[in-house]
Every structure is written in C-alpha cells, then in structure tokens.
Design a protein around this ligand. Structure first.
Ligand code: PHE
Length: 447
C-alpha cells in the first residue's frame, strides 16, 4: 500500500491559495453570471447561499478530510480507507467526472485566451463594427482555430502540473490568485461607477420569489454551488492528500467557501451593472461573457484596457481550476502505473485534448449533435455539474457520515467533540443526502 514519500505543500498559505484557485474559476464569472441571469436574480442567490452553507461547506470539509486521512488519490483513497467495498467504485466515477469537466473547461478557457490576445491589440476585430455576435459565432464555429487555443491552454495546464505540487501548482497559484483579486476589485469599483449601475445591483439582490416554484432552479443552484466550490470532483480530496495533520480543516474550508462566494458576488457586481447600463438582457446564456461584455467594453472609454484586465483575470481563474482538475487524474496515474509526473501530466492532457475536439466542433461541424437536448458542451456541463457532482457529493457525505465511526470522523476533520462538529456530522448523515436525493429525483421527474 505504501508508495514512497508523498508530495507536500510548501506552506499552509500555499495550500489555501491552491484550493482557492481550484474553487475560483469560470464557475464564478462565466457560469455564475449566466445562471443567475437565467434563474431570476436575488431569489436564486438566497437559495445559492443556503446551499453553499448547509451542503457545499460541510461536504467540502468531508472531502478534505477523506483526502488527508487517505494520503492518496481519488481511487486510492477509497481503497485505503474502505478496502474491498463498493465505495472504491466511487473513485472511478470521480475520475470520469473530472476528465469530462476538464475537457470542456479547456475549450471555454481557449476562447478566453483568444479574447485575451484580441484585447492586447485593442479588442476583437469585428468585420462589421460592433458585431460581437458575428465575431463570436464565426470564431467558435471554425474547425481549427478554437482547437489551437484549447491546445495552448491545456499545454500551460500540463506544464504547471508536470512541475509538481510545490513548484508547479503552489507556485502558479501564488502568482495567479493575488493577480485575480486585485483585478477583480479594481473592475468592480469601475463598474459600480457606471451610470445605470444601480439597476444591475438591484437585479442581483432583488427577489423574484416565483422563480423558486420551478424545480429546475433548485438543481441549478445545487449544481452551481458544487461546481463553483469545486466540491464533488476529487480536486479538494487530492489537494487535501498533500496536507499534514497540522492544518485545521474546518477553518480553511470556511475561508475557501466564503471567499469563493464573495468572488462570485463581486464578479456579479462587475457584470450586471454593465449589462444593465447598456440595456442588455441578463438572461443571454453562456455567451454573455463573450458577446455582451465585448459590446460593453467597445462602447466604453478605456474599454479595451478593461477588456484586457477582464480576460487576464478570467484566464488566471480558469488556469488555476484546470490545474486542479488535471491533478485529480495525474495523481491517480502516477500511483497506479508508477509513471513520472511529467509523463503522466502530458499523456493525460493528450487524452483530454482528444475529447475536447468534438466539444469544440459542437459549435461548427457537429452543431446538429445534441446531448441531453443541448450542444455537446452544454450537455456535458449539465451532466457533469448537475448529475455527477451532486452524486459524488452524496457519496462523500455518506462515506464520512455513515461508514466512519462517529469519533473518528470528528477527530479527522479537526472538530473533536464540539457542537459544530455534531451539526456537521448530522448534516452529512441526513440533511445533505436527503436534499441532494430530493433535488435529483425531482429534476428527473420522479417526484
Ligand atoms: N470550481 C471551478 C470553477 O468555479 C471548477 C471546478 C469544478 C474545479 C470542480 C475543480 C473541481 O470554475
């Protein structure tokens, strides 16, 4: 069972930044803004906060706890902690899920990299002035160009992972995360000073309670919470496996959940004031960031600079998240086949890219192909974030809640016999599983 000394984080701060880097990604900006836009603003937001607090956070603590106790990857963790039980099958589901997510994530991140470079020279060069819809559609439907960008993005991800936990992952996050936070706060201040900004702010906070009658809104909130926190994909488990016993998990996990949510909110404060100030429909869907925002940047004095800042920010966020997803797979391959880290990183990335090809072509050549009634990318995103993530979350919650002795779970999660610890365990045992099952059944039309 022993595999030689395991890699370790250089410092607690390094680990926190890396885990935050995993949490903060396209989910906070690209996905959050269009999901809120489609799901009715403030009422959705309240639901989202509740789910983060009562389901996301407890399961995040459980995921870290499993990783640190097992000192192994997602498959090895279940094999170490529950040998010869069906739990180990869960590990393979996680590998499958992170493989899917990273392959479509890279396609979107590639688009972002393309926009970043376009803003280096003043913004996307549209054929007809201001036709950003045409620009976006022409770009994503082309067969090769988007693939090249996805390839470039994946290469950067692979290099960081190949450099190792401390030098690569921790080192990259120590640069990317501070950069992201400075840019985000600067942009929020700017956006809030636009005329008409208050409408955007009130959209974000004002509640259309009738939105809560729609069962899909609950599933969307659950999926978004898990996706944004990065919970249920083994990334936090894998990162937790490089931790020593000295780090207090509940504190670190709370910090990550709070920061991740705040960053999504600030991103909302950047995007919605601008959206309303320019009279755009907030429910534009996944293209919001690529069509609406360039429109807005184009009409603004200093917009090109702002656009550049925005896409640098988004690239940093995407890179640090993709790194964590790739690490889930690479950590497994290194242990399972005893490969060197670079060999594992580059081989896995090649396979991820292969899956990225049909995803990218889903906007051109394969536009007719539908997955769950959506484009290939949206279909994979729906399947991975609204089905796989909640199911794995359910698995983590029940594994720690039910298969570990109570005392062991409380001790390993650094709670001890505290009130909070008891609430945490009750949540893992009852609240989280029941709600996840209800929401899943309801969305499948069974309830
Ligand atoms: N949390 C990341 C985001 O918000 C995505 C992610 C999902 C990362 C699952 C790791 C695991 O974009």
């Amino acid at each position: 069972m022993k595999e030689g000394p395991r890699e370790r984080w250089g410092s607690q701060a390094g680990f926190v930044l890396a885990a935050l880097g995993s949490a903060v990604g396209l989910g906070n900006v690209w996905r959050f803004s269009y999901i809120v836009g489609e799901s009715g603003g403030g009422a959705f937001l309240l639901l989202y906060f509740l789910i983060v607090l009562f389901m996301g956070l407890p399961i995040l603590i459980a995921e870290f706890t499993i990783g640190r106790r097992a000192q192994s990857d997602v498959v090895g963790a279940f094999q170490n902690l529950a040998p010869r039980t069906p739990w180990a099958g869960g590990g393979y589901l996680i590998l499958f899920g992170s493989f899917i997510i990273v392959s479509y994530y890279a396609v979107i991140a590639g688009w972002i990299a393309k926009y970043l470079v376009a803003y280096l020279s003043g913004g996307p060069a549209t054929e007809t002035a201001g036709d950003y819809t045409g620009y976006f559609e022409q770009f994503v439907s082309a067969p090769f160009e988007p693939l090249l960008w996805a390839f470039g993005f994946l290469a950067a991800t692979a290099i960081i992972v190949a450099l190792g936990v401390r030098r690569g992952i921790e080192g990259a996050n120590k640069v990317l995360m501070p950069l992201l936070i400075v840019l985000l706060v600067g942009m929020a201040i700017f956006s809030l000073n636009l005329s008409g900004a208050s409408e955007g702010v009130s959209f974000l906070f004002k509640s259309d309670w009738s939105a809560l009658k729609d069962p899909d809104v609950y599933l969307a909130a659950l999926g978004q919470a898990f996706f944004s926190l990065g919970v249920g994909m083994g990334a936090m488990l894998t990162y937790g496996s490089y931790l020593p016993r000295t780090v207090r998990l509940p504190g670190v996990a709370s910090m990550i959940a709070i920061s991740d949510t705040l960053i999504a909110l600030i991103a909302g404060l950047v995007i919605f004031p601008a959206v309303f100030s320019f009279g755009v429909d907030p429910a534009t869907g996944p293209a919001l960031v690529f069509i609406v925002l360039p429109d807005i940047f184009g009409a603004m004095p200093g917009g090109a600079m702002l656009g550049l800042a925005f896409f640098v920010l988004l690239s940093a966020a995407a890179l640090s998240s993709a790194v964590s997803l790739l690490e889930v797979l690479v950590a497994y391959v290194i242990r399972r086949w005893k490969w060197s880290r670079p060999r594992a990183a580059f081989t896995v990335t090649a396979f991820v890219f292969l899956v990225g090809v049909p995803v990218s072509l889903g906007y051109g050549l394969f536009a007719e192909v539908q997955l769950f009634g959506r484009t290939i990318l949206d279909g994979l995103d729906f399947f991975a974030s609204e089905i796989v993530l909640p199911v794995v979350g359910l698995l983590f919650a029940s594994f720690v809640g039910w298969s570990w002795p109570r005392r062991l779970a409380l001790r390993e999660a650094d709670f001890g016999e505290t009130m909070l610890g008891k609430i945490w365990l009750l949540t893992l045992r009852y609240l989280a599983p029941i709600i996840i099952i209800l929401i899943l059944l309801r969305s499948l039309g069974v309830l």
